[in-house]
Design a protein around this ligand. Sequence first.
Ligand SMILES: [Zn+2]
Length: 390
Amino acid sequence: MEHNPPSASPRFTITCQACGARVPAEPWAWRHACGGTLQLDVAVDAAQIRACRDNAARRLARFAPVLPLRHPPATTIGDTPLSFEEVDGIRVAFKLEYLNPGGSFKDRGAYVTVSRCAELGFDSIVVDSSGNAGVATAFMGRRLGLTVDVFLPASTPDGKKRLLRLLGATLHEVAGDRMTVHAAALDAVHGGAAYAGHWWQPYFAHGVKTMAYEVVEELGHIDMVFAPVGAGTVILGLHRGFAELHAAGLVATMPQLVAAQAAGFSPVCVELGIPSMQEQRSHLADAIAITDPPRKREMAAVVRLTGGFGVVVSDPDITAALRWLADRGYIVEPTSAVPVAALFKAMADSRVSPGSTVLIPLTGTGMKVLDELDEVVGASLHTPPMPPER
Ligand SMILES: [Zn+2]
């Protein structure tokens, strides 16, 4: 059995982050036997990266030269637009990830994950999700002909559940927090199905990294990234993308990575020495309400490595940022406002240099959570828009 894709695809290796063991590319593995998380490294050079830009394939399929797949399928995912806002001398580049077909950036990770599971012959996938990863996996599963079981909190917004059912996923609603849901999914996995939860398996980050590739193609240089941080897929995926571009000489300096977390769910910021604000525990940031993600030390490490920092925001901060976004025509879910709230807080603390270009991925659509949005910002949206800052 071959252990690497043929020459049309890049070579890759999988390594345990805990014990350093090399893990074969086949069979499917989402965690090392020792319990450690896995890291997948694709051998990438400048020529391969340029080949992505010039590829005749469209959207995510054009990144075939840098993805750990044999045959990346045609897709409607990726190549989302950038939209710019000037905020007190800071240039903010919003990456409109919520315009992906499944309504979130998670489509990118699911594209690589589900394609890989299909390549390995699985016809069934089990994931746990707060909603968006489940939708993304169900969307890709439907496209490639795999059945998808999704474990999710019973409290998941109805719009996400309805979309999951529409896409043909089997829903398993679990009473309890996101950690409880994760444990229930692991208990349910048996032979024949691939457990593909994005907290653990190492393929997801390679889908998300394409966001960095697209941004660098369009902008060249950015100074900082504010990322919403829960399980770590955004910040670790972006770090992987920028690191590959940097190593290939296509990015002069790595952007500072800022971890934006919600009060009461800020284990990465705690790792970085920031108090948890437990008494102001967030009820709005449901997509990143994770108390103990497996990759929290990896996340803290990439923040430190890039000279970034962490910011913890409360529900009033998130509500104000949601309103600010809605006033400008960005209809996103509350979790997506977390990095915007974090930017405002960091600017107030003079932690963002004037003239900087700041990337913020707007991760998830508000269209799946209209009831929740109406509850949170509806009343204020019925009033006229706020005047511009200056
Ligand atoms: Zn290990």
